[in-house]
Design a protein around this ligand. Sequence first.
Ligand SMILES: NC(=O)c1ccc[n+]([C@@H]2O[C@H](COP(=O)([O-])OP(=O)(O)OC[C@H]3O[C@@H](n4cnc5c(N)ncnc54)[C@H](O)[C@@H]3O)[C@@H](O)[C@H]2O)c1
Length: 326
Amino acid sequence: MTVLVTGAAGFIGFHTCRRLLERGERVVGIDNLNTYYDPALKRSRLAVLGEKPGFVFHMVDIADRAAMAEVAKANPDITRYINLAAQAGVRHSLNAPFDYTHSNVEGLLVLLEMARANDKCEHVVYASSSSVYGTNTKLPFSVEDRVDTPISLYAATKRAGELMSHAYSHLFRIPTTGLRFFTVYGPWGRPDMAAYLFAKAILADQPIRVFNNGDMRRDFTYIDDIVAGVIGVLDNPPKDAAGVPPYHLYNIGNNNSEHLMDFIGLIEQSLGRKAIYQFEPMQPGDVKETYADISAIQRDVGFAPTTPISVGIPRFIDWFKAHHGV
Ligand SMILES: NC(=O)c1ccc[n+]([C@@H]2O[C@H](COP(=O)([O-])OP(=O)(O)OC[C@H]3O[C@@H](n4cnc5c(N)ncnc54)[C@H](O)[C@@H]3O)[C@@H](O)[C@H]2O)c1
C-alpha cells in the first residue's frame, strides 16, 4: 500500500511516516519545510525517515495545485492520504491569518481534489483540532457537541476543513476521516509548544510564561498513542451506506484533563531543576480547558491511549536532552 503523508517533516507527520514505514508501507512524504519554526528540526526528522526503505520525499506546498498534480503523476500507486500539513498554533493566527487559509483551507482542498481525481482512493484522513470546541463549557468535549463558536482563526480554518471534507464525502463518495487532536507532546516535538518551550527555558534559567496564572487544564496526548490512533483510523475507512456519506470525525485525546501545573512539575522533576514562573493572563484565542470524550474512536477502531504524562514527559525530556546534547 502507498500512503501520501503531508506534513511529513512535522512532528506528528514524522512519527506517522516512521510507523507506516516500519510496517512495510511505501510512503510519499510532502512538506514545504516552512520557517514557522526552525526547519533544521524538520530536516533532522527527514534524515531519519530517509534511512528507511520505502520513503520518498517531495518538497512541495500542498496548496500548489500544479506541483501536487506532479506528485500524483509520479506516484500513481497512492491509495490513501493522511493530511497533517497545516499552519498550526493558535497564537500565531492572530498575526499571520493568511498562512492559515492558505495551508489549512486551500491546501486541504487541493488534497481533496487530488483524491477525487484518483479512482483508487480508499481513504483521506486529515488533522483537525480540539480548538474547534472554542468556548464550549460542557466537558468532556464530544464530537456530538455543536462547534459553531470558534475563538481563533486557526480553529475556524480547522472547522472549515471538516465541513469541506463532509461535502466531498457527500458529493464524490470519498471516504474521509477527521481527527481532532488534543495537545500532542513527545520526542521530536514542536519548539512552539509548551513542553519544549518550558524545557528550553528551565535549562537556560529563563522564566517560563504560564498563562491564566497556571489555571489551565489540557488533555495532553502522547505521540505514540496518537500515531496508533491515526493508523488505526487509516485502516478503517468509513463505509458508504445508502443516504449516509462515508465520513467520520473523531476526537483523539488521552481522555484525561491534566492541570498545567502538574505537567510543569513533571518537566521540572525530569530535568532535576526548578522553573522560574512568570504568571500571565489568559491569551486571546486560548481556551482554559480541553478534555476529550474518545468513546467514538474507541468503539470504532479500538483506540486506547496507554501513556500517562508521568511516563510521557520523562521520555520527552530524555529525547530533548539527547537532541540538544545536554
Ligand atoms: N501537535 C498538536 O498538539 C496538534 C493539536 C491539534 C491539531 N494539530 C494538527 O495536527 C497536524 C500536525 O501538527 P504538528 O504538531 O505535527 O505540526 P508541525 O508544524 O510540526 O507539522 C506541520 C508540517 O506541515 C508543513 N506545512 C505547513 N504548511 C504546509 C504547506 N502549505 N505545504 C506543505 N507543507 C506544509 C510544515 O512545514 C510542518 O513540517 C496539523 O494539522 C495541526 O494543525 C496538532
